[in-house]
Write a protein that binds this ligand. Sequence first.
Ligand SMILES: *[C@@H]1O[C@H](CO)[C@@H](O)[C@H](O)[C@H]1NC(C)=O
Ligand SMILES: *[C@@H]1O[C@H](CO)[C@@H](O)[C@H](O)[C@H]1NC(C)=O
Ligand SMILES: *[C@@H]1O[C@H](CO)[C@@H](O)[C@H](O)[C@H]1NC(C)=O
Length: 168
Amino acid sequence: MDSWIRIFLIVHQLLIQGYMNDNRYCKEAVQTVKTVSSCPTSKEQWDKAASKKKCWEKALKQNCTILDNFVYHCVINGYGNTTLEVCAPKRIILGHCAEFNEVGGVIQDQQLSPCSDVFPKCDHFYWSSEAFKYEDCYKLVEANEITTTLTTVKHVLSNETIGGIIKG
Ligand SMILES: *[C@@H]1O[C@H](CO)[C@@H](O)[C@H](O)[C@H]1NC(C)=O
Ligand SMILES: *[C@@H]1O[C@H](CO)[C@@H](O)[C@H](O)[C@H]1NC(C)=O
Ligand SMILES: *[C@@H]1O[C@H](CO)[C@@H](O)[C@H](O)[C@H]1NC(C)=O
């Protein structure tokens, strides 16, 4: 696509996001949240999961966004400790992993996870409905689990060490 058209479309979408309700709490989206153990990482898998979730039916019963924008997503949650499926207004994500924030009730940039050349790899801008392209963003959940486990292990070890020193 001609890059000026692309830029125009992005600016257009960002204006819609700013002026319309797409960045506000969407009750109908929150009601569709289901935690899942993994997310689709290809267009084919994504479309298959989307046809099961039937977001178009729910799209008719919401006022959060225009009909076509209320679509299937599989993204991480706001804490980055699980993956979830949700029907929600799609949004443009700017240089971060995409999250569905259950408190805010919106799809948005996960501020703690900026895209990087190393990890997580993702693009400067993309539609949240194409999150399947950025597998690293799903891997953040595992990475966070490992960090939590390591912190616990560290605490146990340091307690044992301290205990040992006191006893010894
Ligand atoms: C959407 O808005 C219309 C008009 O304001 C209203 O009649 C309808 O009940 C709303 N639907 C939902 C699901 O909020
Ligand atoms: C994720 O983290 C939040 C806040 O620490 C916690 O309340 C929630 O239970 C966690 N969820 C999972 C699936 O671990
Ligand atoms: C380690 O010791 C601290 C302080 O005594 C305590 O608060 C913490 O729960 C202990 N952690 C573990 C994993 O035993």
